[in-house]
Design a protein around this ligand. Structure first.
Ligand code: EPZ
Length: 441
């Protein structure tokens, strides 16, 4: 197994790494799932709610975690972050928060930075956070975060691309979300934890990452009931204390690897995951003829059956996750028949289709629906990653394409997948990273 080249980030240059993948190998053996990025991000923000240290384990080594470390450190937090034998652990102490602010520079690279808004208002009585702006998959507004904070008594001002929120002390209230929002639910859960009085939130997101955040907050002394259901009750407390918490496994990474095993006709044991978080995916895969065998903390996937087309609709949890839609589309190109994929969550989340077409797929986009006709042989090509999950779908397609695929801008993948090339090589994929240093424009 060749060693990955040393990646060098030199001053004023950008490491524009690429992946080179040669398709055709079935994935065999055991691949391990890391901690969930989308649980780790709100958990790190929750450390803002106390002056005592918060220790988080099973933190994935991905770029968004590094961005969050920088964001918290810029506010005056002390953030230790260690990987390897140190259990992928971070210790965050927010004793003295000098500037409760999240700059545009940081927020524009990761919109989840808006997760600091609620904790900062609750802890410091003030917050200045850049509006995230859009991103590749859609407008991504945070109007529901802001409306919820106003319900809790915060005064909100928006100018120069920033939202400024202030409140002497937030007051418990009734909040009904107009739309189900994951980070909106998490932001307001953290704000309400320190509010005066009880808050009842309805039409909440039910994602496992919301429940994991509530587990951490309750360990810190919060009084939260109902997280993981659509109605959450929070009895505000005056102070929260430090705690130690292990982040749940990444269900989206697990889903990506399960699809990789199915797509390559392999026999793959995806270990360290939580099968209970994967119900919608496993049910849809069953309809395509893929055999899966859930274990205690693993899922075995056997791709020896020919794939059959099956329609899929993305919904909020526990429905089929929008973050697995692109990966499922790659699978659908290899399934006999027509699969209709409907994206209900984001307005522009089919960018991967263009690249898959260039590899030989037969996909027609009609509004929020993608009509995929299979089975079409895919051929390796030079393709470009556009967002985190679209990039993952290109890796999957490359694993079954004939010949060599070069994927550019893999920094998108590095945002949410820990050492994906090493993990895939470990189960037989022919994938390597080539580092390219380009002058920063
Ligand atoms: C979270 O984003 C995830 N990110 C996303 O994962 C995921 O795709 C998304 O939830 C949906 O499951 C994190 O958890 C860090 P939303 P979030 O608020 O919270 C609209 C990945 O790949 N909306 O649930 O930003 C919004 O436009 C990322 O890891 C409003 O209109 O998503 C969207 O259409 C990508 N106003 C819908 O709600 C608001 O104030 C769901 O968005 C907030 C959201």
């Amino acid at each position: 197994m060749g060693l990955a080249p040393v990646r060098v980030e030199v001053e004023n240059h950008l490491a524009m790494d690429k992946f080179v993948i040669r398709g055709g190998n079935p994935l065999l053996g055991t691949i391990h799932v890391s901690g969930a990025k989308n649980a780790a991000l709100p958990a790190m923000a929750a450390a803002l709610l106390t002056e005592e240290p918060v220790i988080l384990e099973s933190i994935p080594q991905v770029r968004d975690i590094e961005t969050t470390r920088k964001l918290l450190a810029a506010m005056g937090a002390e953030v230790e972050l260690g990987y390897g034998r140190a259990q992928h652990r971070t210790t965050i102490s927010c004793r003295n928060l000098a500037s409760p602010e999240a700059s545009y520079e940081l927020v524009k690279t990761m919109r989840a930075s808006t997760l600091v808004l609620g904790p900062l208002v609750a802890r410091c009585g003030t917050a200045r956070v850049s509006l995230p702006g859009g991103c590749a998959i859609g407008a991504r507004p945070i109007d529901l975060h802001i409306k919820g904070l106003e319900r809790l008594g915060a005064t909100i001002r928006q100018e120069h691309g920033y939202v400024e929120a202030s409140a002497k002390r937030l007051k418990g209230a009734e909040i009904i979300f107009d739309k189900i929002t994951v980070t909106g639910t998490e932001d307001l859960l953290m704000a309400a934890a320190l509010a005066d009085g009880e808050t009842v939130m309805q039409n909440c997101a039910r994602e496992p990452e919301v429940a994991d955040l509530a587990d951490l907050l309750n360990k810190m002394g919060a009084q939260i009931e109902g997280a993981g259901t659509s109605t959450i009750r929070i009895k505000g407390v005056a102070k929260l204390h430090g705690a130690k918490h292990r982040i749940i496994p990444d269900r989206i990474e697990a889903a990506t690897f399960i699809i990789a095993g199915a797509l390559t006709g392999g026999d793959l044991n995806v270990s360290g995951c939580e099968p209970a978080h994967l119900g919608a995916l496993l049910q849809t895969l069953e309809a395509t003829g893929v055999k899966t065998k859930p274990g205690k903390q693993s899922v075995r996937v056997m791709g020896d059956n020919p794939l059959k087309a099956a329609d899929m609709v993305t919904e909020e949890y526990p429905g089929f996750p929008t973050d697995v839609q692109a990966q499922y589309m790659a699978l659908a190109t290899q399934a006999e028949g027509t699969s209709v994929i409907t994206e209900n969550i984001f307005e522009n989340r089919f960018m991967h289709a263009q690249e898959l077409l260039r590899m030989g797929a037969n996909i027609k986009i009609e509004g929020s629906r993608a009509i995929v006709r299979g089975k079409t042989p895919l051929s390796g090509a030079a393709v470009q990653a556009s967002d985190l999950r679209a990039s993952a779908s290109l890796v999957l397609a490359a694993l079954v394409a004939e010949g060599e695929t070069i994927i550019d801008r893999v920094y998108h993948i590095d945002r949410g997948y820990e050492n994906i090339e090493e993990k895939l090589r470990g189960v037989g994929a022919q994938i390597r990273r080539i580092g390219e240093i380009l002058p920063k424009r």
